[in-house]
Design a protein around this ligand. Sequence first.
Ligand code: ZN
Ligand code: ZN
Ligand code: ZN
Length: 160
Amino acid sequence: MRATGSPATTPDAPWADVRDRLRERGLRWTPQRRTLIEVLFRTDGHVTGAELVERCREIDPGTIPSTVYRTLDVLEELGLLSHSHGADGREEFHVLPATEHGHLYCRACGGQWELDSDDRSVVAAVEAFDEGRGFAVDVSHIALIGTCAACRAATAASPA
Ligand SMILES: [Zn+2]
Ligand SMILES: [Zn+2]
Ligand SMILES: [Zn+2]
């Protein structure tokens, strides 16, 4: 859980030296980057690059999307963000530390659920791909699209 309030002054440990780490990667510490970091601290769950650009623009109307995307790439290389893919394939960012997980999307109601890496079905799938193909599944990239139990029940109850 990330506290709201003045996040930039009390960041979670992995983010404490983000400014120096960005500098080491050749990115200057500009007001735009500071705004993005502040927005990320206030973000819980999943957020797309476009949503981050929007939120930065609310604070700084001069936000340049390419700067945001470039900074997101570097933050991911630094291990401070990870991405997965939404039902439409778009990248969705997770602010770390977050536990690795996949996602389920319901096509009918648009619902989405997180699949923990120790979920029984995930463990079974990872093992099956490992044993069957020698393939190591990246759990954060599991994105399954289907129909949730509630929607299936609703469909079954009403005649087509
Ligand atoms: Zn990806
Ligand atoms: Zn559903
Ligand atoms: Zn997620």
